[in-house]
Write a protein of this length. Sequence first.
Length: 481
Amino acid sequence: MPTTSKADLYRNLPSLDELLRSAGLAPLISREGQAAVTDAARAVLTRLREEIAAGRLNAAGVDLALSGLGGAIEREARQALSYSLRPVINATGVILHTNLGRAPLISSALDHIHQTASGYSNLEFDVETGERGKRDVHVDRLFRKLLSAEVDVDTGVPARAKASAISTIVVNNNAAAVLLALNTLAESGEVIVSRGELVEIGGSFRIPEVMSKSNAMLREVGTTNRTRLADYERAIDDKTRLLLRVHRSNFQITGFTQQPRVEELSALAHKRNIPLLEDLGSGALFDLRLVGVNDEPGVLDSLRSGVDVVTYSGDKLLGGPQAGMLSGRSDLIARMRANSLFRALRVDKLTYAALEATLLAYVKRDHDAIPVLRMMRLSRKEIGLRAEAIAMRIRSTKLAAEMTDGESVIGGGAAPSAVLPTRLLAVTCEGLTADELATRLRASDPPVIARVEEGRVLLDLRTVFPEQDEALAKALQLLVG
């Protein structure tokens, strides 16, 4: 029997125009539009030609593909017209999972975003005077309430955390906050920072490179593991504009180490009349010691210690939207607000709406309303009961589920050494490797993202919302039909 040539196989394919005129595509064109269906049909035909060129389709394969051409085009159009960004179930136990969007928003933030975005708002309008206003007033008033505690007089540091002395502005992320602060306070001058704090954050952004973009000059002091107060003092000269302290939010240096306390750096900075900037990275407004997380300073801790300006993120330990905050001395914050770079880095009304709702929960001390804080406060027992309920539903001859102790982590470059005790659901499936099982879970609707360790799929319900337990159980049940 003669072999069909590739040229003959190509000739069996319809042209794009012929395909679009076919009666079978008429309903799809009516529903999705001519342009979308044309793009989908072109993509499907291109794929068939590539399969033929690669030798993966023979005459029978082409005939089979042609019989299902209408369905393939409909699926292609549906995929092209659907959202790429979609919800997933985070069963990894990593609370601030950078790849999964970090902090989920409080429900009131979603309501406030809808109210603010679906019409007009007083974003930059003073309703009382009828004149133009400033967009940062909507959250600055709340930050003043939250950061208004008096400084501990035992530190000997001037009272810099009074509400009247503290202001806050918001930019699009913490890297932008650091950039704005450095450019405003140290352009063309030197910034003194310890070698042990020249960190790299996610996406290969490095403190020295951010500093270079700000037109400030880096002055390194000390060594990777040991930096003393005297190192800073010796480095100060007439070119010094700023002392910078960078919190090691995503790594630790242990062993033979030394670094000055924040209070010591603050005293030195104020003695020499030089501002002290601290990049906290995560920046908690909640006392993390209450959930067993130690050595992770909060924003108020830094201000109490005499830091002049603190930079921190909105979508990490704060539990709000992506944003970068600068809180500190009102005179320094006013200089940053006046910097033309601030306009390029400022945030929009949606971010302000989400941030305002999040901060109101802090003011009301409704910490359980904030998903990140609620997840951190969950006990091992609470998590275990939910996991056991799912395990009872999915056990079968093919699917095995057992409970085991484990650890959740904060993630997002926050509290790198902190772990939270949890109960894990360890799942195996007959005939599937752990990686294959995890792949099938990711193909669920919604996708389930899990951990794979020691040949098992591990599910940590600390980061699964209780209302998602049903969807998670169904996704596991569907694995075995």
